[in-house]
Design a protein around this ligand. Sequence first.
Ligand SMILES: *Cc1c(COP(=O)(O)O)cnc(C)c1O
Length: 380
Amino acid sequence: MKFNTKTIHGGQEHDPAYGSVMPPIYQTSTYAQTTPGGHKGYEYSRTHNPTRNALENSLASIENGTHGLAFGSGLAAIDAVIKLLQPGDEVISTNDLYGGTYRLFTKIFEGFGIKFHFVGMENADKIERYITDKTKLIWVETPTNPMMNIIDVASIASIAKKHQILLAVDNTFATPYLQRPLDLGADIVMHSATKYLGGHSDVVMGALIVKDEKIAERLYFIQNASGAVCGPQDSFLVLRGIKTLHVRMQRHCENGEAIAKYLKTHPKVDKVYWPGFEDHPNHHIAKEQMDDFGGMISFTTKEDSLAGAVQVVEKLKVFTLAESLGGVESLAGHPASMTHASIPKEEREKTGVKDSLIRLSVGIEDMDDLIADLEQALSN
Ligand SMILES: *Cc1c(COP(=O)(O)O)cnc(C)c1O
């Protein structure tokens, strides 16, 4: 089955009760048993729920995995991955990272004795020097947030394999429409399904997808034992979102390309970060591991000031000034004061997140309206 069919049919069957084409929202916490232990595979909805299972099968299908797991948020999914580790273990992570992931690693899990190394991975070989016999996990985000760096997943996977270290990839920005980390050698794919998978800014959810039975078993244990699951209504919404993922992503990519090119020639814009440009430092890797370049763009203005950037985002009318990304509507964000405010300024600026940086999540509206909106916001 090809990707554009998998988004609609992958892992899905019509409901056995009445043949409903979409899985019903099984809004129940528990299931009747005929005799103790006599049930139809469902006992309690933290452990299993048919609507959540339908979504989990879809997730496994679109990422070319064998098992999918859905969680109450992206961070809950990451939390479950780190719980595979023990005190004393070490993690090597991308340094240009979603702010909430950085906060979870440093403010929660460092306190439990896990050590994190934040490393620029644009050159994959660089991670070797951080590997010790305590290294158990490599955490990669690509494209990175918000600097749109590209990390070579296949190269990192071969290093991870050589040292028997797990490799997890946060695939939130690219989605499986653009890149499939399990095919590139990763062990775990993570999503904030809040973003492109859900796609309509109406639900918060996380997901993990794996292709190894043992890792799946351990993660299912953690999912049930820690209990950060999502509800059936939210599962239904994300399953519905996934059915149009390929058509939405196609338009996100078209609009993204047009806007990146528009910004690049704008006299008031300084730098534009988008992996589709040939002068992007890892454009050749993006071209190899991604099928297109997506709708996430960051840029700085020539007037290099906080006030200048704030003025631009406040003037936007079609773009909404808001956290988050990946919805049908275009959003603009100011990382330094919004998504990345939890990262100390010094750390932030080391990775390029300047006060003047603006991040766009280009939606699927009419391209002309989006460009006209940027034009008026960038004019005085
Ligand atoms: C939003 C996001 C997360 C966190 O997901 P939530 O659903 O907000 O918990 C993790 N990684 C990336 C890249 C994100 O954009």
